[in-house]
Design a protein around this ligand. Structure first.
Ligand code: SF4
Ligand code: SF4
Length: 429
């Protein structure tokens, strides 16, 4: 364990042995850190929702109380901290609901959309991160110019919202997940706007073209605090133009409202044996080779199954052609990581239609995690009683073996194994 949050920390540097000077042991520390990281993820979603005019006083009160529980000499009790973790999951569900409502009310009812991947000749701006309001502001400020705007990373799902998609300056998507940005941003000749995580410290070759918004900031980049993107537009006009490149077209936009619109067909197809299984393969992407597990898992899914995906983990699996089922793509891209809310709504609706619990559905969740929003989403799944979730590619370093054992016993939480194919065979069996 490591804790240095109070004055009595061992040797004035940190309690590294369990228990620490106050008596807090490594499992309590682990639960408090898990809570803290879940709260960080939830705070990111809550911040986006607040910008769209959505907030809930009960959520804010929970965040305050849960932070309080991580202070020195407040809570040494495993059971009550476990309860708080699950409450964090419930509150995060509420936050994701608020964010979803904010997105739909502000940008319109989502629908499937074909996105052009690549660039057009002429000036262009790349925008990445999760804040769709920044994208809308940028588009408005590009109106009347020949500057085109391209989405990157977690901004790709913007194309499912009509009020963003139909803007004449929104031209397509460029690039993949966050970990590729150092090469992709270097190759993109125009300015780049990073609205949230996951931003990396830029290479000197593009730092002067990198703009960030509000709390997102990097050395060498330019911060925009007031929503005035005129320096970005001016930079786009000053930079060398983009080339004409059409890489491919992809289909996104399978928000819960779209899938639930086809619920009768899907339920009947399950009853008729035309759909054998649903897989949720998504979450965060990252650079580790172990993340090929998720690619292999998706490739091994049977042709009569659907793959739901969300978050930038989709970039691990969206390169392949999975074909169609019932006239729909087998790979259904539901959106950003916060659209885990969509996946939950679909799972709950299917469970209601079959008069069973989510755990009794032919549904397997394989979640790639990287940062703290993924922690919040995992806590939501656990809070809803979802069992058998597989996470990877590595176990969280802040979860001690004892705490992991508790989660395994209560929720059958699993880690990705050596072989994606073997894990998949076990899930189907
Ligand atoms: S809170 Fe406890 S474990 Fe943490 S630094 Fe203080 S004495 Fe050490
Ligand atoms: S899904 Fe996670 S890792 Fe990916 S961009 Fe969003 S926050 Fe970052």
């Amino acid at each position: 364990m490591y804790c240095n949050q109070c004055e009595q920390t061992a040797h004035g540097t940190g309690c590294v042995k369990s228990p620490g000077v106050c008596g807090k042991d490594e499992d309590v520390q682990s639960l408090q850190e898990t809570l803290l990281y879940g709260l960080k993820g939830m705070a990111a979603y809550a911040s986006h929702a607040r910008r769209l005019g959505k907030s809930d006083e009960k959520v804010s009160a929970f965040i305050e109380e849960a932070l309080f529980a991580t202070m020195t000499n407040v809570n040494f009790d495993t059971q009550s901290l476990l309860e708080m973790l699950l409450e964090c999951g419930h509150q995060n569900l509420r936050v994701m609901q608020l964010l979803d409502e904010g997105h739909v009310e502000t940008f319109g009812e989502p629908s499937p959309s074909v996105v052009r991947e690549g660039t057009f000749a002429g000036p262009g701006i790349l925008i990445t991160g999760h804040d769709l309001l920044d994208l809308q502001d940028l588009l408005k400020q590009c109106e009347g110019t020949n500057v085109k705007v391209y989405t990157h990373g977690e901004m790709l799902p913007a194309h499912m919202y009509p009020k963003l998609r139909e803007h004449p300056n929104l031209a397509g998507n460029y690039g993949g997940a966050w970990q590729l940005q150092k090469s992709e941003f270097a190759e993109f000749p125009g300015p780049i706007v990073a609205t949230t995580n996951c931003i990396l410290i830029p290479r000197p070759s593009y730092a002067d073209r990198l703009f960030t918004t509000r709390c997102t900031a990097v050395p060498g980049g330019t911060r925009i605090l007031d929503g005035d993107f005129s320096p970005v537009v001016a930079k786009a006009l000053a930079c060398p133009p983009l080339g004409d490149s059409h890489v491919k077209d992809t289909t996104i936009g399978f928000h819960q409202n779209v899938i639930l619109g086809a619920a009768d067909t899907i339920v009947q197809a399950v009853k008729d044996g035309k759909i054998s299984h649903f897989f949720l393969i998504g979450g965060c992407d990252g650079a580790e080779p172990g993340r090929n597990y998720f690619t292999e898992y998706a490739l091994a899914t049977p042709p009569d199954s659907f793959i739901l995906t969300l978050g930038c983990g989709k970039f691990r699996i969206r390169g392949a052609d999975y074909g169609e089922l019932l006239g729909l793509p087998r790979l259904l891209d539901m959106g950003q990581c916060n659209n885990a809310y969509s996946a939950i709504k679909v799972a709950v609706a299917l469970a209601e239609a079959f008069n069973c619990s989510v755990n009794d559905l032919p549904l397997t969740l394989v979640v790639s995690w990287f940062e703290q929003k993924a922690v919040a989403v995992l806590l939501t799944l656990l809070a809803l009683g979802v069992k058998g979730v597989t996470i990877g590619p590595n176990p969280p370093g802040f979860v001690t073996p004892n705490v992991f054992k508790i989660l395994q016993e209560k929720f059958d939480l699993r880690l990705t194994g050596e072989s994606a194919q073997a894990d998949l065979a076990m899930a189907i069996a």
